[in-house]
Design a protein around this ligand. Structure first.
Ligand SMILES: [Zn+2]
Length: 256
C-alpha cells in the first residue's frame, strides 16, 4: 500500500501545506475530559522560560497571567508529562525519538503515523508529517487567590570555575506549598496502551518536579482527579449519554 493510500485510510482528513508538509487530522472516536486539582506539595517556581542563571541577575520571577495571577501553564504540564512518558517508554525498551529538534522526531524520521513512537502517538510530532497531540492540558489557575508568594535567596555558581560568584545572590520567587489549582486534561482517541503510558507518566510527574529550582526541593505536585467524562461523536449528535466516572470509581480508574 502506498503511503498516500495508507494515510487516507488512517485519517479522516489531510492537508498539504506549501512546504510539502502533511498535517494529519484524525477523526474523533472518544474524548476523555479529566478534571480535578493539582496541588503544590512543595513551593512551585515556573519562570518565564529562563533556566540558566546569569551572573548579575538578581531576580527570577514566576510566570503570571495578564491579570497578575500566578498559574501553571498547560504547556509546562504537558512538557513534563511527555518527558516522563519518554523515560518510562524507554525503560520498556521502546524506540523513542528525541524532541524538541524536529529533525530528530518521528514526523521527520518516519514515513507514516503508524510507525511513530508511542510518545509521538500520544503527544504529537512535527516535521514532514505533522500530527497534533491527543492530550491537552488547560492552564491551571489557583482555586483561591494566592495571598502571598515566597521569595528564596540563592547563590549563583560560576559554571566555568564551579565556584560561587562574588555578589551573585539571586532571588527566586515561588508559589507557596499547599496552593491548589484547577486541573483539566482532555485526551482523545487514546488506545489502551497509550492511556496506560499516559497515566503512568502523570504518576511519575508527581514523584518528579514541575518547574524550576527542583534541586532545592521545589516543584513536587499532587494530582487528584475527581471526575472523568467520556464523550463520543454520538454524544455530540444527541444520540447517546456521556459517561461520568467519579467518587470511588475515579480513584479505582486512577490506580489501575
Ligand atoms: Zn517519536
Amino acid at each position: 500500500m502506498s503511503i498516500q493510500n495508507y494515510l487516507a485510510r488512517y485519517v479522516s482528513g489531510l492537508k498539504k501545506l506549501n512546504g510539502g508538509e502533511m498535517v494529519v487530522f484524525e477523526k474523533l472516536e472518544k474524548r476523555l475530559i479529566l478534571s480535578g486539582t493539582l496541588e503544590a506539595v512543595t513551593p512551585l517556581h515556573i519562570g518565564s522560560g529562563k533556566t540558566d542563571i546569569e551572573i548579575g541577575e538578581v531576580d527570577m520571577p514566576i510566570l503570571r497571567a495578564p491579570d497578575g495571577e500566578p498559574y501553571v501553564p498547560g504547556s509546562s504540564l504537558k512538557g513534563k508529562t511527555r518527558a516522563e512518558a519518554e523515560r518510562i517508554a524507554k525503560a520498556r525498551g521502546h524506540f523513542i525519538c528525541t524532541p524538541p529538534n524536529v529533525q530528530n522526531m518521528c514526523g521527520t524520521l518516519k514515513r507514516s503515523p503508524e510507525e511513530f513512537c508511542i510518545v509521538c502517538k500520544i503527544f504529537g510530532t512535527a516535521g514532514a508529517i505533522s500530527v497534533s497531540s491527543k492530550v491537552r492540558f488547560r492552564d491551571a489557575y489557583p482555586i483561591k487567590p494566592v495571598e502571598s508568594l515566597l521569595e528564596r535567596t540563592g547563590t549563583a555558581i560560576d559554571r566555568s570555575t564551579g565556584t560561587v560568584s562574588r555578589g551573585a545572590l539571586y532571588t527566586v520567587e515561588a508559589i507557596p506549598a499547599g496552593t491548589s489549582f484547577n486541573l483539566e486534561v482532555v485526551a482523545e482517541n487514546l488506545t489502551a496502551e497509550e492511556l496506560k503510558l499516559f497515566k503512568a507518566a502523570l504518576k511519575s510527574v508527581e514523584d518528579s518536579a514541575v518547574g524550576g529550582s527542583s534541586s532545592r526541593g521545589f516543584g513536587k505536585v499532587k494530582i487528584n482527579f475527581t471526575k472523568l467524562i467520556e464523550r463520543t461523536p454520538r454524544f455530540y449528535l444527541g444520540e447517546e449519554e456521556q459517561r461520568i466516572v467519579e467518587g470511588e470509581n475515579i480513584k479505582k480508574w486512577w490506580s489501575e
